[in-house]
Write a protein of this length. Structure first.
Length: 264
């Protein structure tokens, strides 16, 4: 069976709402995300992580058929390891739950992860508290016409993730631009607005954009000019302790990025 969509449960905030998972989606629980999946009655296809933020001991999760335990002192987050696994299975669209809110450093790491997905020809969506965040590279995001309600909000913001994003066009929103250049040192695209019953598009032909919009908005259509890369494009899952780890009692390694935990 061909896999196109992957849902990933992280260990972050869920705001009391469960996901709607379509039939045929590949479901992964990243570390403590297994506890959230179980609370919603979802049985994941795979469980991955160092299990430092899971409620039970690792042995408790051996009942699942596909469990991969990772070291805690590694270079990839558990969430990115889950994305790598989903990508290797064929997924190019990722819906990530429990990846917004909570620790700011994990949120920033997840936004970087979305950019990496987009640069390899895929797309990821982070679902938060009434908010969805995504990243697109050399791509167009098209929203069908809809009528926002006051309680759900109508704000949509567009930021340059790459140093420079060129040939940016925004149509159908309150503020429109054509063939603009955005830079990641200025938040020119913050707090734009959907208009009632008007379709909207955000596009960039050279660079990467971060886009944040209300969860109540209709699911956007996505088209990219980036070639879809193969199953190994994101690299192998990191199963070894980081080589950047400083020796015991030695000086700290300024470049170390180990200890990515929490499934986010």
């Amino acid at each position: 069976m061909s896999i196109d969509v992957c849902f990933i449960f992280g260990a972050g905030e869920y705001y009391g709402r469960g996901p709607e998972i379509p039939q045929g989606a590949y479901v992964i629980a990243a570390d403590g995300g297994i506890d959230h999946a179980e609370s919603f009655g979802v049985v994941p296809d795979a469980v991955i992580g160092d299990f430092d933020s899971a409620a039970d001991d690792f042995a408790e999760y051996s009942r699942y058929p596909n469990v991969m335990r990772l070291p805690s002192e590694k270079d990839d987050t558990d969430m990115f390891a889950a994305v790598k696994l989903g990508w290797s299975k064929g997924a190019r669209r990722f819906h990530i739950l429990g990846g917004l809110g909570g620790r700011l450093d994990h949120t920033l790491a997840n936004m970087q992860m979305l950019a990496q997905i987009s640069r390899h020809g895929g797309i990821g969506f982070l679902h938060g508290d009434g908010t969805v965040a995504t990243a697109v590279t050399d791509a167009t995001l098209s929203f069908p016409a809809w009528s926002p309600e006051p309680e759900t909000g109508r704000m949509i913001s567009v930021f340059a993730h790459s140093d420079v994003a060129r040939h940016v066009s925004i149509r159908g929103l309150k503020y429109e631009v054509d063939d603009a250049t955005l830079r990641n040192t200025r938040a020119l695209g913050v707090s734009n607005e959907f208009r009632n019953n008007i379709a909207a598009t955000v596009s960039v032909t050279d660079g990467t954009l971060d886009i944040v919009y209300p969860a109540a908005a209709p699911t956007p259509q996505w088209r990219t000019d980036r070639p879809e890369e193969g199953p190994d494009a994101l690299g192998a899952i990191n199963t070894h302790v980081s080589s950047l780890l400083a020796p015991p009692d030695g000086p700290s390694n300024a470049g170390a990025v180990a200890g990515n935990a929490g499934g986010r």
